[in-house]
Design a binder for this molecule. Sequence first.
Ligand code: PHE
Length: 367
Amino acid sequence: MENTENLKTEIVTAIKNASDIKTLEEIRVSVLGKKGKITELMKGLGALSVEEKKEMGKTLNILKSEVEAALEAQKKVLEAQELNRKLAAETIDVTLPIRPENQGRIHPVSKIYEEVVAIFGEMGFEVAEGPDIEDQFHNFNALNMPANHPARQMQDTFYIPNPDSDDFDDSYVVRTHTSPVQIRTMEAKRPPIRVIAPGRTYRSDYDATHTPMFHQVEGLVIDKNITMAHLKGCLYDFVKAFFELDEIPVRYRPSYFPFTEPSAEMDIGCKKTKTELKIGAGTDWLEILGCGMVHPRVLEAGGIDPNEYQGFAFGVGIDRLAMLKYGIPDLRTFFESDVRWLKHYGFLPLDESSMTGGLSNNGGMAR
Ligand code: PHE
């Protein structure tokens, strides 16, 4: 039988000289494979005497594990080399300009948000904010919806337990509308108030036009001598600017919200066909938002004297505006994070919305 020491040196040297994984694998097969050198030697053990077999078996087992260890070690070395080579070859210069086809897209909701802020910003409105997790005082009570008020059932509310209280009235909610920001604004500043409050809202609802999380923008104006005419003028200018039309028929239908009196819903003119919805001319109407004069009790809850001040408020669904303006049929797709959808309906990041530079840039979605 061959001298195993020489064999070992020969194999280990070959392993250490292997310069790639393929060569290493060939060595492994030639040594430990079915017809490999060590495998053959092991097969030869049967012909030996019991004593020799014991001795040689032990030697071959040691040799085998040494070879395996050498293979493993060299594999690690080669893999590390391969990784370094790849890293060196595939470095990315983050200071280079991006390729146009790889540009990210602005989500339609973000786009509408920017458009709405641009329009009302131009009219002198500030942007106000409130928390997504609200207490029932701000989401309901202060908005003239005391506990057990039937209007609370109008909104399918998600309640959040209050860790400090077992009383259901103390539980929190994820805000069902942006109207609580009206109260928070009144608490924080004195009139004249002119704010919009865009943000997330939540209701337990799910179909093609409802998702459990959606977006609204609230508007609130409070000053002395504010009338319904101000509301109408303001919202008329808004829809014209938003839909980028010189003329647009509008009408107000009487409605009910606990926090406004009188309350109305605003419709805009449109033409509906089986396949198309054209905003503007036409004999059909499309409901677009809820509005009204701020209820005296709401002013009081916000610490403002209703005998001295009046105001108007409105609430618009941002997602709904996006569906209408950009012809997106299913709201659920907004929140599925499908990059193909975003590439189709999204906007190029540098196309900023402004009243002077263009709002949607000719309704020009990134193709
Ligand atoms: N908060 C109302 C809703 O979510 C909309 C609204 C806001 C109506 C302000 C009137 C005034 O439906």
